[in-house]
Design a protein around this ligand. Structure first.
Ligand code: FUB
Length: 325
């Protein structure tokens, strides 16, 4: 079956958190693989108990999505104990890298790397997580100058609040609503893509007057799922607002910010989470995202979809209406 806009690209498994890239002339999508279970569901995200990754590929827009099979399993990641959450992939120095979060053996989310000679995998995991990594949702930008940046971080189950002092504090809560919101973290990756060149720093997201977006501004503040792409010389940081279920974006002249909030890309979809990537293919731009429509709205049984993304002349992004005809 061919794929079409705003429809699940595969239906034989539940998929989420799609990171789309063009490798070797084809679209490769790196999603989470949701499991069907009746276990507990809570704000800690225990319902998202994924154990492996399947890479999907498409010859082009409208083509059938192919499941390339299992690319990495939890049992083959020595440092990880559970919850293989939203991954991303990158190509550098002739190798493909899969970056993924998981809980370590102390239950703390860390980010690992795995490598392959093929964009479809299978990927071989490094024995340890990336030193100095924490929280979830890695997204890697290999910039035009070859420098690679990893963006990451997620609130609540993603544990970002607990790292405010630089060390893991299990009881630490997020900032008060009148304080600046926590930003995603960014770290420059080493030449071999397997470590951070320097300690991660926090990205500042500000409004049009330069004031930090506040923690209580749940329509605009960062929650999880960062993605950075370049368009017309600007860096676009897009992310999920979590509790208000939107995908929004902010722009900057620098890959490390500060980023100025610009607007909404995708209004709330079916299901609690929303997570995406943005990719250019054959001169057009596409949003890959997920919702829970395939399971009739079960939060942890999601499906990856995609649609075209349009920019206005002033560089703003036109809001997508995913359920319009
Ligand atoms: O898929 C598990 C988690 O749900 C992801 O890491 C978040 O971005 C949210 O989509």
């Amino acid at each position: 079956m061919k794929s079409s806009f705003n429809q699940p690209i595969v239906t034989h498994i539940y998929t989420a958190d799609p990171s789309a890239h063009v490798f070797e002339g084809k679209l490769y999508i790196y999603p989470s693989h949701d499991l069907d279970h009746d276990g507990p569901s809570n704000d800690n995200g225990d319902q998202y108990r994924m154990e492996d990754y399947h890479v999907l590929s498409m010859e082009g827009i409208g083509a059938k999505a192919i499941d390339e099979g299992e690319a990495l399993h939890l049992r083959d990641v020595p440092w990880a104990s559970s919850q293989l959450w939203a991954p991303d992939a990158a190509f550098k120095n002739g190798k493909y890298y899969l970056f993924f979060p998981a809980r370590d053996h102390d239950g703390i989310f860390r980010i690992g790397a795995a490598a392959s000679d093929s964009p479809a995998g299978p990927f071989k995991a490094e024995p340890n997580y990336i030193p100095g990594s924490f929280s979830i949702d890695p997204a890697v930008l290999v910039d035009d100058d070859g420098k690679a940046y990893m963006y990451f971080g997620g609130l609540w189950g993603g544990q970002l609040e607990k790292w405010q002092s630089g060390a893991y504090e299990p009881q630490r809560e997020g900032p008060a609503s009148c304080e600046p919101a926590l930003g995603p973290r960014v770290a420059k990756l080493s030449e071999d893509m397997l470590s951070f060149e320097a300690e991660p720093s926090e990205i500042s997201i500000v409004d049009e007057s330069g004031n930090p977006i506040l923690a209580g501004d749940e329509d605009r503040r960062y929650f999880e799922g960062p993605w950075v792409h370049r368009y017309n010389g600007l860096y676009y940081l897009s992310y999920s607002t979590g509790t208000t279920h939107k995908l929004v974006y902010a722009t900057s002249g620098s890959p490390t910010g500060p980023f100025v909030y610009r607007g909404v890309i995708l209004p709330p979809v079916v299901g609690w989470t929303t997570h995406h990537s943005i990719v250019e293919f054959d001169g057009k731009w596409y949003l890959f995202y997920h919702d829970s429509s395939l399971s009739g709205g079960v939060n942890h049984k999601r499906c990856v979809k995609y649609t075209e993304l349009h920019y206005n002349d002033d560089g703003t992004i036109r809001m997508i209406e995913p359920y319009a005809n």
